[in-house]
Design a protein around this ligand. Structure first.
Ligand SMILES: *Cc1c(COP(=O)(O)O)cnc(C)c1O
Length: 364
């Protein structure tokens, strides 16, 4: 069986390095907002090219605090994509605001024209998601943001390390959000997240928001939650950021190998010359999706559909404004193949052969 994820830390050297990170935190005892958190924040800010970074408990926390720091709430609308992990819509909804769902293009990212169609006097933010680790069309989205004076909050949870015209995911928005949960490519050993911004006011507000809206641990300025990052996770992330480029390169090589072998049979992810995707998922599109998924399962290849239900079709969001015609067609065709950096050559070849056999058996 080729499994979709393999999150085990089975390399002894890597295991020892991570245990050492944890031991350092045991020794100083500052489990919350310890020195590794400050170091992690500095490192991420520099990597993205933003002035400030704030470590938080998860990507969901990051989105919620980012929205709150722009005073988004009751009566406001936030335009986002139809296709994402549900955390994106939930973060908007729990501020009291309403998500408005835009359509997607064939690259699975939000369609800028659809954003423009959905803008209303109540629109307070545009929240694009760099789905699958591919950055959205930020040229057009930035133009729309400027034209209507509506800030961008990037959901870059799947795209840490991706670039677009040489700029990193998270460097486009007024505020940008990352998740470092164990499934993500830049991953902690538990839940973790981060927010970046150049805006000092947002920065100060988010510092308070991540700890019950308090300043100096006493005065409460805003109603909020506890969403701080653990020092242990920050310490592990500081170690792991050194391996990130290597992991991204491995994933990109696998993607390019799949692309040349599979594009005759299915629609494969496509990169523009100015894009560098990180392939959080390797998502193909085919009209034979369900049959192919079953066939691969029988051949011992685990696949996933991320995500089979569009956010606007989930029960809490059925009443929200939407423009999702293309998304409704595309969502039936998407399938994620195992493409993480631990998939060895032999397994890649077996996956390719299985797809090849499926289409040969079906059509010859
Ligand atoms: C993972 C993810 C989130 C949420 O991150 P968590 O750390 O799991 O809370 C939000 N948006 C997208 C697009 C994600 O992939």
């Amino acid at each position: 069986m080729i499994s979709f994820h393999d999150l085990r830390i089975d390399n002894d050297q890597e295991k020892m390095s991570i245990l050492k990170c944890i031991e350092t935190v045991f020794d100083h005892g500052q489990f919350i907002l310890g020195p590794e958190v400050t170091e992690f924040e500095k490192t991420v800010a520099k990597y993205i090219g933003k002035k400030y970074a704030i470590g938080v408990g998860s990507g969901t926390d990051a989105l919620f605090f980012a929205l709150k720091s722009l005073d988004i709430g009751q009566g406001d609308e936030v335009i986002t994509t139809a296709l994402s992990w549900i955390a994106t819509a939930n973060a908007i909804k729990i501020t009291g605001a309403t998500p408005v769902f835009a359509d997607i293009n064939n690259d699975l990212n939000i369609d800028p024209d659809s954003i423009e169609r959905l803008i209303s006097p109540n629109t307070k933010a545009i929240l694009p998601v760099h789905f699958t680790g591919k950055i959205c069309n930020m040229d057009k989205i930035s133009q729309i943001s400027e034209k209507y004076h509506i800030p961008i909050i990037e959901d870059a949870c799947q795209a840490f390390g991706a670039t677009y015209r040489g700029k990193k995911a998270g460097s486009f928005g007024k505020i940008s959000c990352f998740s470092m949960n164990p499934m993500k490519i830049f991953a902690a050993c538990g839940d973790a997240g981060c927010i970046v911004t150049d805006d000092i006011e947002c920065y100060n507000q988010i510092q308070a928001l991540r700890y019950n809206g308090t300043v100096n641990k006493e005065t409460c300025l805003y109603s909020s939650l506890n969403g701080r990052i653990d020092t242990i996770q920050a310490a592990i992330l500081l170690h792991r950021i050194n391996q990130l480029e290597n992991i991204i390169e491995k994933r990109r090589r696998i993607a390019s190998y799949y692309q040349s072998a599979l594009n005759k049979f299915v629609k494969t992810p496509h990169e523009m010359p100015w894009e560098k995707d990180i392939y959080y998922t390797y998502t193909i599109q085919t009209k034979e999706r369900d049959k192919l998924k079953n066939y691969l399962e029988k051949r011992g290849v685990e696949t996933k559909i991320q995500h089979p239900i569009l956010m606007p079709l989930q029960p809490p969001y059925l009443q929200c404004k939407r423009d999702i015609k293309k998304a409704q067609t595309i969502v039936k065709d998407i399938l994620c193949l195992p493409a993480n950096e631990k998939i060895i050559q032999k397994e890649q070849d077996m996956i390719i052969k299985s797809v090849y056999d499926f289409f040969s058996d079906t059509y010859e």
